[in-house]
Design a protein around this ligand. Structure first.
Ligand code: SF4
Length: 501
């Protein structure tokens, strides 16, 4: 993995160039004609490239799915039952497509990863197994030991301090009028970069999770907190992923929250549109539960929407479009938030295509996040400088209401800050300083760029553990603040500017 500094020069392809990872060649005939896997894919940036969704029975390129019919592939039970959760299952699904060395690389990667392996057949079928090392979808869900890098010294398992801001287990109440309800700890896939790796998924070699099971007794404690805090108007129902809740659980949570008079807005969070969109086509009971809550909400003058998490344009196929069309037809609005990931979507043309493709299928691009400071995924993080440069390229590519806001979820619990709103950004040490007056007017919050992408001088300073407190203090002082305003959990107050040796 290239770890040379690149924050000042993100890959910017010409408008008529194909961005990495967009084109693939279908090996099977298809009744649907438009396939982005053609040998001569339409150039990105020309009219309509974002409209060319992968069509047909694309899953048949995978040896294990060669004889799988469309009806079977769309069956959400079949998708869940055939999720790849172990390296031997991966090898069995791929047959002889890849050498043994690749599977050993995955196995060694999993030993150091905070998230376990779980990949849906839908995503398995979209990974380009001819070049898995550079494939943007593989990178999100499957760690390779050969790519892993040492963590930044300031990463933490719960980098957003969600547990600190949880008055009851699984209810994060940080902003005055909004609460995040973590209804469960399971997902249809496990993303390597999950912010909630302290809780989501099964235990790994390195992490014993703080489990948040789908239990009505725990939920009732959260509902009671919401009932008792009239300022709360907005609830995000997340986890985990609401994909893994039963239909009756969706209805129970949704209608209970609608019954609370001061709750005005509700968002069901699911990555299923990116990784398991067949759920929306074949699990009618589940879809009806969500649309039923949304339709009752509309009658009550309350907003109920779906928030999803699509990271790369190639995750959107004809199946995704059919899923969003169904939801849109039922009056359910969808917004997307994704993370900027190195080697996945840290390319202006990939993001422009993503934004336009999302808009095309009636999904509003809402947020692009700076990658959180979580362990085990340093190879996926980008610098704030990269994010600034990419945002400049993306803004203006389409209508403003379909242009995402690029944000840093301020480590230490500052909440979401516009990435441009730092009060100081030192590109040598990679430290950016943010404030968040509505969360805590007396605090400063810091983000740290990956050390491997810093200039040599920055890498040299971080290499000396004795200089870390100084680097941090100097950044806070340069922003015009007192280092004692740092979150106490970091334990790094320094009142005076100290010389960097
Ligand atoms: S779907 Fe969301 S909650 Fe689940 S592993 Fe991925 S990022 Fe984490």
């Amino acid at each position: 993995m290239d770890v040379e500094p690149s924050e000042s020069s993100p890959v910017i392809a010409e408008d008529d160039a194909e961005p990495p990872g967009l084109g693939r060649t279908s090996t099977h005939d298809s009744s649907r004609s438009s396939d982005t896997r053609s040998e001569s894919p339409s150039p990105l940036g020309t009219i309509g490239a974002h409209r060319q969704l992968l069509e047909g029975d694309f899953w048949r390129v995978i040896p294990a799915y060669r004889d799988v019919s469309e009806a079977t592939f769309l069956d959400h039970h079949w998708q869940s039952q055939h999720a790849v959760t172990r390296v031997d299952k991966l090898a069995a699904a791929l047959g002889d497509l890849l050498p043994l060395a690749f599977f050993r690389d995955v196995e060694a990667g999993l030993e150091r990863a905070p998230m376990s392996l779980r990949i849906s057949p839908y995503i398995m079928a979209l990974i380009d197994w001819r070049d898995p090392y550079s494939d943007p979808l593989r990178k999100q869900f499957m760690p390779l030991s050969s790519e892993q890098l040492a963590d930044h010294p300031m990463v933490g398992l719960d980098s957003l301090h969600e547990q600190h801001d949880s008055p009851v287990p699984g209810l994060v109440h940080r902003y005055p009028d909004k609460a995040l309800f973590l209804a469960l700890d399971l997902c249809p896939v496990y993303c390597r970069f999950c912010t909630r790796s302290y809780s989501v998924g099964v235990d790994t070699d390195g992490v014993s999770k703080m489990h948040l099971r789908a239990k009505p007794e725990r939920w009732e404690m959260a509902f009671e907190h919401i009932r008792n805090h009239e300022q709360i108007e907005d609830i995000v129902i997340s986890g985990g992923d609401v994909h893994n809740l039963r239909a009756d659980q969706i209805a129970d949570i949704g209608h209970t929250l609608l019954d609370i008079p001061h709750v005005r807005r509700m968002r069901f969070a699911t990555k299923a549109l990116a990784v398991q969109p067949t759920k929306f086509l074949t699990d009618d009971e589940w879809v009806n539960a969500i649309t039923g809550v949304a339709q009752r909400g509309r009658k009550l003058g309350k907003e109920v929407v779906i928030h999803t998490h699509i990271s790369h344009p190639r995750e959107i196929t004809w199946i995704t479009q059919a899923a969003t069309r169904r939801l849109y037809g039922e009056g359910v609005n969808i917004r997307n938030q994704c993370v900027l990931l190195r080697g996945v979507n840290d390319d202006p043309n990939v993001l422009k295509t993503l934004v336009k493709r999302l808009s095309y299928i009636n999904v509003q691009p809402y947020y692009v996040y700076q990658h959180d400071l979580v362990p085990g995924v340093e190879d996926l993080r980008t610098t704030v400088g990269t994010t600034l440069a990419i945002e400049k390229q993306v803004r203006g590519a389409t209508a403003g209401f379909n242009t995402p806001t690029f944000v840093v979820d301020a480590p230490g619990g500052g909440g979401k800050r516009d990435v441009h709103s730092f009060e100081h950004y030192d590109r040598t040490t990679g430290v950016s300083v943010y404030r968040s007056p509505n969360v805590d007017e007396n605090a400063v919050y810091l983000y740290f760029d990956p050390i491997g992408l810093l200039p040599e001088e920055g890498r040299r300073q971080w290499a000396d553990p004795n200089q870390r407190a100084t680097i941090i203090s100097n950044a806070v002082i340069a922003a015009g603040h007192d280092p004692e305003m740092l979150p106490a959990a970091w334990g790094l107050p320094q009142r005076r500017r100290l010389p960097v040796m």
